[in-house]
Design a protein around this ligand. Structure first.
Ligand SMILES: C[S@@+](CC[C@H](N)C(=O)[O-])C[C@H]1O[C@@H](n2cnc3c(N)ncnc32)[C@H](O)[C@@H]1O
Length: 223
């Protein structure tokens, strides 16, 4: 069972995001489409469906198979029109080998592989993506204490996402530490202002949620 398989159908509890927050400990069901904020195939039926091709951006893709697995998941779901997966990595070597491995998907315009720095995403215009996903890059930057780069990645993801769309990243790091570094100052302000309850916004995001799923956290930031 790989990572994408786990995402198809999973259970989670809401993690606490700061010292005042209790989280929610009852188990909730999640699945991939719901997680990334995309409609199910039957919801997208209808006359306007064919013009609604959605685009997902994967940051720091490395040579992971996650992008291909997500694409196969859409194909299995008969998701129509099939979404386009854009994978980016700062390494030209990675992009070259991924283009070779994924040549069929690239050739049929289901996938593109772009060499770009996720702290800027200068190859992409504003608000063009329906979801941005990361597995490994945010965590690597957090663990290396690269806080400024981490914040820039989150800011760039925000810029390229459409309004109401979702940035998801996975991390083993707990929200009370990671959130402060990814969206500087927000937690500190909330604690200072003695506000209780869930962190609702920060860094331009309209809503944030952290799902705890078998030891790994899924961070969901909605624009
Ligand atoms: C820890 S690996 C994760 C790879 C893959 N996502 C996975 O799950 O196996 C981090 C990846 O991010 C890439 N990377 C590092 N800094 C980056 C940046 N600023 N912009 C885009 N990619 C970056 C690295 O080249 C590497 O492929």
């Amino acid at each position: 069972m790989d990572f994408a398989d786990n995402l198809k159908n999973y259970q989670y509890v809401l993690a606490k995001m700061n010292d005042n927050d209790q989280g929610r400990r009852n188990k909730i069901k999640g699945d991939f489409l719901e997680s990334v904020g995309m409609s199910s195939p039957k919801d997208s039926d209808g006359p306007e469906a064919s013009s609604m091709r959605q685009q997902l951006l994967l940051l720091g893709c490395g040579n992971s198979k996650l992008g291909e697995d997500i694409l196969h998941h859409f194909i299995d779901l008969q998701y129509h029109p099939i979404s386009r997966i854009v994978q980016c990595d700062v390494s030209p070597v990675v992009i070259k080998s991924m283009r070779k491995r994924c040549c069929l998907h690239v050739g049929s315009d289901l996938m593109s592989l772009v060499e770009d720095d996720a702290t800027r995403l200068k190859r992409f215009d504003d608000e063009i993506f329906d979801a941005v996903l990361d597995k490994g890059l945010v965590d690597a930057l957090f663990c290396a204490n690269e806080n400024e780069q981490l914040r820039r990645v989150v800011k760039s993801a925000h810029r390229v996402l459409g309004k109401g769309k979702c940035f998801i990243f996975f991390s083993f790091s707990q929200p009370e530490f990671l959130l402060e570094r990814s969206i500087a100052g927000t937690i500190a302000k909330i604690v200072k202002g003695k506000q209780k309850g869930k962190l609702k916004s920060g860094g331009g995001w309209s809503h944030m949620e952290v799902r705890e799923m078998n030891g790994i956290y899924m961070y969901r930031f909605i624009k």
